[in-house]
Design a protein around this ligand. Structure first.
Ligand SMILES: [Zn+2]
Length: 233
């Protein structure tokens, strides 16, 4: 393996390491991004609380209606029981019954109103629950694909680091330092291919003599513009 080939190999490993690290960071962010699901859960909880309160209202009106009915029945029993004979008293009781029945009717209307709200709320709540389930399934499925990818990339990164060490060991230290300096200052790319007489990284045109040197030489040739190590693919 000549010197250039060793640089190329190291560059390939480094570029892949850069990609894997970037992708792992993206995955980390994706796994944290369950904002939509969290929002739906909050909505579901709020809805549940509202429904519980409305059901309590319903129970309260049901009880009030029942009490009112019993009250009317008792008074009517007194009225028709024959014990009360005084016409004035009978008149008073009849007036009271009319008033109690009016209250009963008003209570029944309120009960009906709250029952309708509860019924509608239950239908709406069911729809919301289905949406939560679907979103949760989708999130789990998406995560399972991402988690598999994450696991694969972590293993790959381990292998790449071992390969990088071996590749670095095959390069003399001064050359390795030069390579690392170039990578740091040139956006991660220290080694560049050429095509049609130009550097593929910065686009600088080479003289025919420079191009020939890149193609034939086993020695390092630097791009006259960006300074990267050149090789002909
Ligand atoms: Zn260049």
């Amino acid at each position: 393996m000549n010197q250039i080939t060793r640089f190329i190999r190291l560059q390939q490993i480094d570029s892949r390491v850069d990609y894997v690290i970037l992708r792992l960071e993206q995955i980390r962010l994706l796994l944290e991004d369950d904002h939509a699901l969290r929002q739906l859960f909050a909505q579901q909880k709020e809805f549940e609380q509202r429904l519980i309160l409305k059901r309590k209202d319903q129970e309260m009106y049901e009880l009030a209606v029942q009490e009112q009915q019993i009250k009317i029945q008792q008074i009517e029993a007194n009225l028709y029981g024959g014990k009360i004979q005084n016409p004035k008293e009978l008149q008073e009781i009849q007036t009271e019954i009319v008033s109690l029945k009016k209250q009963l009717s008003s209570l029944e209307n309120k009960l009906l109103e709250v029952m309708m709200i509860v019924d509608d709320g239950q239908v709406e709540y069911q729809v919301l629950c289905e949406k939560v389930d679907a979103t949760q399934d989708e999130f789990k499925q998406k995560n399972s694909i991402i988690l598999t990818e994450q696991e694969r990339l972590i293993k790959e990164l381990e292998n790449l680091r071992a390969e990088k060490k071996a590749a670095e060991n095959s390069i003399p230290l001064p050359d390795l330092m030069l390579y690392n300096r170039l990578r740091l200052s040139r956006g991660g790319i220290a080694v560049s291919t050429i095509s049609e007489g130009a550097c593929n990284s910065c686009g600088a045109t080479l003289t025919p003599a420079q191009e020939q040197k890149v193609k034939s030489s086993e020695q390092k040739v630097y791009c006259p513009s960006c300074g990267r190590i050149l090789f002909a693919s």
